[in-house]
Ligand binder design. Structure first.
Ligand SMILES: [Zn+2]
Length: 449
């Protein structure tokens, strides 16, 4: 057997799989070679065809696409537990001192801890809305094996922003470009760099136009926090006599390459604009619950691509399973109850948002978001042989109602196993926990928060 020929790198044998149309099929195998899924089918049949270097036993496991966190802040991991139940203004009292005191080493350990938590929660890809020292986040993404999109925090104005956190238009563009040049497409294409606006209210019209212009030049995308707070809407109405999405439309920058995080406070016209330009949006259910309930049923009816985000550990944990549960209840209570529609947000749609919806937000739906031959091998294994999951009449419902991050046993990104049996293979969990505890303590003293 010394000279055995391998025609696959990894096979997950005898598992159940979640199909692209959200059915569950048992007794399957998934075959992976060179970052991609090359076959899916009956375990018996495929075992005769493939000789693989590595095998995972999928007995009692569901294999599903990895979850995609389409809006997070890896730089805010050391804010965990600090914000809830605080009175306003959280931004000026906590966020600003926290963020302006972040040093490179804090960002590095913060992003290491984020990546660790994401992998252990079944998240295989994420979009970071941007912070400081983002080259340290890039290092963490590359080391962790995760797939990610990162951006710089970009601001040049705003009443509540200290000068130390603002920079000129030229400096902002230089920073964005530098990050792009250094890291876009690295890690075998796992890491992308986009451009960003922190929000419309903290960027001058000149900066907004330059960001879109330069992103286009670089053939990359732009994201921004959008329609999250009432004061953003009044700022736009006061200054431009238009709402935020109407303003972006009026300056001719909207297209399918724009991602608007949150997008809670939308008018009918703004929803039509998003649809017309095929822009993408992301909801962050737990973070949003204190600010407004998104119009997701209408957005879906219009065929607008919606993904899920956690908004980082400052606002919630990084578990998208938690976000999905909260979202289902919010949608039923807010949109379902008043019109007696118990199926206002079916489990299938919620799972789709966390997988294919996230892939659309990343503009990678041709590569990610479903288990299909030819797509990237980004997937997770869930131990379904447990009393809180099995037996069930409908595994899709149970995935939303009962499955937690802790049930994710293995995690594969770009064809590589990054977590096996709950052990993360790419990062040193004990070291990261120890160092982040020290960093949090030091930072809270330095920032006086
Ligand atoms: Zn955010």
């Amino acid at each position: 057997m010394e000279n055995r020929e391998y025609n696959a790198d990894l096979i997950i044998k005898n598992c159940s799989i979640l199909t692209p149309d959200f059915n569950v099929i048992d007794d399957q195998s998934v075959v992976i070679k060179n970052n991609n899924i090359i076959d899916i089918g009956s375990a018996d049949l495929l075992s005769d065809i493939y000789q693989s270097r590595e095998t995972l036993n999928g007995n009692g496991k569901l294999v599903m696409p990895g979850l995609i966190d389409a809006h997070t802040h890896t730089c805010q991991q050391l804010l965990r537990g600090r914000i809830a139940d605080e009175y306003p203004m959280i931004w000026t009292r906590i966020m600003v001192p926290f963020e302006s005191n972040l040093q490179e080493k804090d960002v590095y350990i913060s992003s290491q801890l984020s990546c660790l938590e994401m992998i252990k929660s079944g998240t295989t890809a994420f979009i970071d809305a941007g912070g400081r020292h983002m080259h340290k986040v890039a290092e963490s993404v590359l080391e962790s094996g995760l797939r990610g999109v990162i951006t710089c925090s970009t601001m040049d104005s705003g009443r509540d922003i200290p000068d130390t956190m603002k920079s000129s238009t030229e400096e902002n563009i230089r920073k964005n470009r530098q990050l792009y040049n250094d890291f876009h497409g690295t890690g075998d294409g796992r890491l992308d760099v986009w451009f960003s606006l922190r929000s419309i209210i903290t960027c001058s019209p000149d900066l907004i136009k330059k960001v879109f212009e330069t992103a286009k030049e670089c053939s990359t995308r732009v994201q921004s926090h959008m329609n999250e707070y009432p004061n953003e809407i009044s700022y736009c109405l006061e200054n431009f006599k238009m709402r935020p999405y109407e303003y972006l439309e009026s300056i001719g920058v909207l297209d399918e390459n724009f991602l608007g995080a949150h997008s809670i406070l939308l008018s009918e016209n703004e929803m039509d604009i998003i649809k017309t330009y095929n822009s993408k949006i992301v909801h962050c259910p737990i973070s949003n619950s204190g600010k407004g309930i998104p119009k997701t049923p209408s957005l879906m009816q219009k065929g607008i691509g919606v993904g899920f985000g956690t908004d980082g550990a400052g606002h919630s944990g990084l578990s998208l399973f938690d976000q999905m549960k909260v979202f289902k209840s919010l949608m039923r209570a807010f949109w379902g109850v008043p019109i007696f529609d118990p199926v206002v947000m079916p489990s299938k749609n919620i799972l789709e948002m966390a997988t294919a919806g996230g892939a659309k937000a990343m503009l990678r739906e041709h590569q990610l978001g479903t288990l299909e031959v030819g797509k990237k091998a980004d997937m997770i294994l869930i131990n379904i042989d447990q009393p809180h999951i099995y037996p069930t009449h409908n595994l899709l419902n149970t995935l939303i109602e009962s499955v937690n991050s802790n049930d994710v046993t293995d995690c594969i990104v770009d064809g590589k196993i990054v977590m096996k049996n709950r052990e993360v293979l790419t990062l040193d969990e004990e070291k990261i926990k120890y160092e982040s505890k020290l960093a949090m303590k030091e930072l809270s003293i330095r920032a006086n928060i």
